[in-house]
Design a protein. Structure first.
Lengths: 764, 234
């Protein structure tokens, strides 16, 4: 088989611009051959090179005393948690594959992020995810397609994570028209390791052998990184061969073998073959070590005969790793691979030439300076322009919302809205308890896991973890939306009893070549930066996913934040549901933000779901105010004064209160419901009823405390500059809310039914 | 007491079993590799959950052929204890050490949640520490946990008091909706006729510490310890 000639058409087909082609010639000092062109196309794709996002990513706070391995240094960052222990975590997207083949797209997304984590030497102890789909209401063709994508993605995550034995402890799912045709799957994995176990992806030591381990290379996933760096079109289903097929059993074997291998000191460097497969792992490991690498493709296990060097180098077959071994220690490594019955091959060695030299049966088929290939992709400072849709969204006035006359029927509707409703249809498909670490299961503000650092009954330590982003807020004002994503993540950590430690980000946007999209990227990043600085939770790594556009347009900007917090003592672990009859309910924060022209209703679930309006500005966020609130609440939790804490987000105070009444769920078909009697009249004069009940003003937490502690807790909050008031008491079998002349009463069993079963009913 | 926990390729609850036996209950426990055959020193074999050999065929259908399973059969034939949990239950059925089979959940979905179990008999090495008809709250996590056997076998199980656990609602009633998988007669766990081999789909090791929200599952391990203490010369 002869390689195609390099023509302008071939170059364009690889997504390489004429200027980039000139740059490639400059790197090589000659024209690339076909294999080399393919190699450059994947390494210089957005997915691998971050060429369009680097200038933005550089602005993120990535440093801190807790950071052991920083963002971008390795496959994933590593964060200190004390006593010689560390965590490694990262979030990564698999949006395009999930759009064309939801089950395998999602499954391999989970597989990829797991490998990034155990490659660092960490044992994965939890998975999370952040998902977005088009609406699943009704039964028309669009809704059916959205449901199929939703069911497929959830099924794929379950298939992979459950088999590997890593619990999926939580996440978030939102539904919005903007994700129709371009759903989002962002998968997060977190692993635990000792400081001295940190593994590096560097090909050090001239002459050291390079091993390939894992299943044979096939034609699946050819150039997936390049596929992910294009917009989705009507023809995208033809790209289905770019989606890989996952084998979680193989992953489990590779995971165990790698962790066993890293217990020996025979490994010099290790990297998974993820996006851009063999290409990326060879040139990046050589580049990090400042060395060269030489491999012979004839030695690479191949699934089918007749594969070309181009195909072998660009394949994204799953569950494969590249391992650089100390010379003379090969036998130890082989013994471990054999123990786990894993296919392996010695495919090459480290050189001092600085070149990535690829041979096929001894003949050189590609020769590229490794560091330049890995690092010298062009960096683009894209043009940004304020989106023209702002003119329309910001012309909207809150007065255009009709006054709320009957809140009685609105609250059940909001609770049944799929974005707000219980996600048990999702998380009951995930094994969220394997490894016996999960202390707070999905269904509270953040998941809480124990680290099992010592045998019981010794004191253990705990992590709280959450993912957050409201795409609608980001659409209406990207900077505010970015800041709120971070603030809400931190608030969820605090409500669970933790203090924020570090973050990971997944930037999901449309095509960055469009100035209005790039504006969204740049502004969201500003908000994230300010947020991370406020809460001392630097970014430890993450992922960028651009080109999330379908024929109907770009997705709402969705910069997802995953945040981890540390909980020092089991006594601090706090859940969102009310605990005991007679406890006082306290609102910490202002009931309504009078400085917000939209009173918290802009971009709210209420405006979207009930009035079909996606306009205005998102709720205002004042980060110092938020920080004060979080510090004060965490101090009270640590002092043992708080029985429940629940952050106010989508659906406002009414939904928050309802969730605190109905979300304790000890077992199958067994909910422990409890009512509440709340009076918001003190805040009702001079504001709108809809804003008071369903507005989404930021920096609010609903607490419950023992009655005798109520006054002291309110006083304590106020002394820290946090507005606070007792708004009611826990008890009874109804949620009653009074606001001036309006009084509503909902049976908690009815609220529960509509909220718990909503998604299952839509998916039935 | 000495416990052996089998590790098949794809087992993923092996660590949890070791934790509960060694760290929580302070017993001697070690892993058995699927190629091991030397298990004569052990009092109780634990076949853990997971996806042995990927379970891409029928669950447990490949694991039953592994070398260690021959040794487990010999161990059981001597009257020594074997407990299979989740995938372990599936494997023991495939290996013929327990009657019946586990089919796909009727929902066709994986189910992970806390369920309620009723202890159906205390006359077994796996339930002797429980109160009669005690209700315990433990998690399930499986896609193929729907217990099935022909009517004659079910009758036999009942006649011999081999049904150890049934899925019940929170009030202890056997109702269809209490079962996460659609098992025949809500069966969640059984023992063999000789009463020394147990299989159960729920995960008692995930509910053996208060830190996890329920320590109800501990009764299974405490029963085993009771039994072993009683059968050993002091």
């Amino acid at each position: 088989m002869t390689d195609p000639k390099i023509t302008p058409e071939i170059i364009a087909k690889h997504g390489i611009t004429p200027e980039e082609f000139e740059r490639i010639k400059g790197v090589l000092g000659r024209e690339p051959n076909f294999t080399e062109l393919g190699i450059f196309s994947v390494m210089w794709s957005e997915h691998c090179s971050y060429k369009n996002s680097k200038p933005v990513l550089k602005t993120f706070p990535t440093k801190g005393p807790q950071i052991l391995v920083g963002a971008g240094e390795e496959n994933a960052g590593v964060t200190d948690i004390g006593d010689g222990w560390a965590i490694s975590f990262k979030i990564e997207s698999h949006n395009h594959p999930s759009a064309v083949e939801p089950f395998q797209g999602a499954a391999t997304g989970v597989g990829g992020i797991l490998r990034d984590i155990f490659t660092m030497g960490a044992r994965p102890i939890l998975n999370m995810n952040s998902l977005r789909f088009g609406p699943i209401d009704g039964d028309d063709e669009t809704a059916r397609r959205n449901k199929r994508l939703f069911a497929g993605v959830v099924g794929g995550i379950a298939h992979y994570g459950n088999c590997v034995g890593v619990p999926t402890v939580g996440g978030e799912v939102y539904f919005d028209e903007s994700y129709e045709g371009n759903p989002l799957l962002n998968a997060l994995c977190l692993g635990l390791l000792r400081h001295e176990q940190i593994a590096r992806g560097a090909a050090k030591g001239t002459g050291n052998p390079v091993f390939y381990v894992g299943p044979a290379t096939g034609r699946d996933g050819l150039a997936g990184a390049a596929f992910a760096s294009r917009e989705l079109t009507e023809e995208s289903h033809e790209d289905r061969p770019a989606v890989q097929v996952g084998d979680p059993f193989m992953e489990k074997l590779v995971l165990e073998a790698v962790l066993e291998l890293l217990q020996t000191d025979a490994v010099v460097g290790i990297q998974d073959m993820g996006a851009a497969g063999l290409t990326c792992s060879t040139c990046e490991t050589a580049s990090r070590a400042g060395t060269g690498i030489e491999i012979d493709l004839a030695k690479v296990p191949q699934r089918e005969p007749g594969m070309t060097p181009y195909e072998i180098m660009l394949s994204e077959s799953q569950e494969r790793m590249l391992v650089i071994v100390q010379k003379g220690r090969e036998a130890e490594v082989q013994r471990i691979f054999d123990k786990w019955d894993l296919p392996w091959a010695e495919i090459g060695f480290v050189t001092d030439t600085g070149l990535m030299r690829v041979k096929n049966h001894g003949k050189v088929v590609a020769e590229i300076p490794a560091a330049k290939l890995a690092n010298d992709a062009p960096v683009y400072y894209r043009e940004a322009k304020e989106p023209s849709y702002f003119a329309k969204t910001r012309a909207w006035k809150i007065t255009e919302l009709p006054p709320l006359s009957d809140p009685q029927k609105i609250l059940p509707e909001l609770l049944a809205s799929p974005s707000v409703a219980s996600k048990n249809w999702v998380y009951r498909q995930y094994d969220h308890m394997v490894q016996t670490r999960t202390v707070v299961c999905p269904g509270s503000d953040a998941a809480v896991v124990r680290l099992k650092l010592s045998s019981p009954p010794a004191k253990d330590r705990y992590l709280a973890i959450t993912t957050d982003c409201n795409g609608t807020y980001c659409y209406l004002d990207p900077k505010t939306g970015g800041a709120i994503a971070v603030a809400e993540a931190a608030r969820n950590i605090v409500c669970s009893g933790g203090r924020p430690l570090a973050s990971t980000d997944n930037l999901n946007f449309g095509n960055p070549m469009k100035p209005e999209i790039f504006y969204q990227v740049r502004e969201s990043a500003k908000g994230i930066t300010e947020g991370c600085n406020t809460f001392n939770a630097p970014i430890t790594g993450g992922n960028v996913s651009f080109y999330n556009e379908s024929p109907t347009g770009a997705i709402d900007p969705t910069p997802v934040i995953g945040m981890v917090g540390l909980i020092d003592d089991a006594a601090h672990i706090t859940t969102q549901w009310f605990k005991n009859q007679g406890d006082a309910i306290i609102l910490a924060g202002n009931a309504v933000d009078t400085a917000d022209p939209y009173l918290g209703l802009g971009g709210s679930e209420y405006a979207k779901r009930i009035h079909h309006v996606k306009a205005g500005l998102p709720p205002r966020i004042d980060l110092p105010t938020e920080k004060k609130l979080q510090d004060a609440v965490l101090a009270l939790i640590r002092a043992g004064k708080i029985k429940s804490a629940h952050d106010c987000s989508e659906g406002g105070i009414a939904v928050t209160l309802a969730e605190s009444c109905i979300s304790k769920h000890p077992g199958r078909n067994k909910a422990e419901l409890i009512g509440a009697k709340v009076d918001l009249s003190a805040f009702a004069s001079g504001t709108r009823l809809d804003a008071l009940l369903f507005g989404e003003a930021q920096s609010r937490i609903v607490l419950s405390v023992a009655k005798e502690n109520a006054d002291a807790v309110v006083a304590q909050l106020k002394s820290q500059g946090v507005p606070a008031a007792v708004i009611g008491a826990v008890g009874g079998d109804a949620l009653e809310i009074k606001a001036g002349s309006v009084a509503c009463k909902w049976n908690v069993a009815d609220l529960y039914d509509g909220w718990w079963y909503s998604i299952a009913r839509k998916m039935a | 007491m000495k416990f052996g926990i089998i590790q098949f390729p794809g087992s993923n609850c092996d660590l949890d079993k070791l934790w509960v036996l060694q760290d929580v209950l302070k017993q001697e426990a070690r892993y058995l590799w699927h190629k091991d055959t030397d298990i004569g020193d052990l009092d109780c074999i634990v076949v853990p959950g997971g996806f042995s050999y990927g379970d891409y065929l029928r669950t447990g259908s490949i694991a039953r052929f592994s070398p260690v399973m021959k040794a487990v059969a010999d161990h059981a034939a001597k009257g020594k204890l074997v407990i299979g949990i989740c995938n372990g239950f599936q494997i023991l059925c495939e290996a013929g050490l327990l009657p019946g089979a586990l089919l796909r959940n009727r929902s066709l979905q994986f189910r992970c949640e806390h369920i309620f179990l009723r202890i159906e008999t205390t006359k077994s090495p796996f339930t002797n520490a429980a109160r009669a008809s005690q209700i315990i709250r433990v998690p399930v996590a499986h896609g193929e946990g729907c217990y099935f056997a022909d009517p004659a076998t079910i009758e036999e199980l009942k006649k011999n008091d081999q049904i150890l656990f049934r899925y019940v609602d929170a009030d202890g009633k056997v109702v269809d909706t209490a079962s996460p998988n659609g098992s025949v007669e809500n069966i969640a766990g059984i023992c063999n006729k000789a009463r020394n081999v147990c299989g159960m789909m729920p995960h008692p090791e995930r509910a053996s510490e208060n830190a996890l929200g329920s320590a109800d599952g501990r009764v299974v391990f405490e029963s085993i310890l009771n039994h072993l203490r009683g059968s050993k010369p002091q």
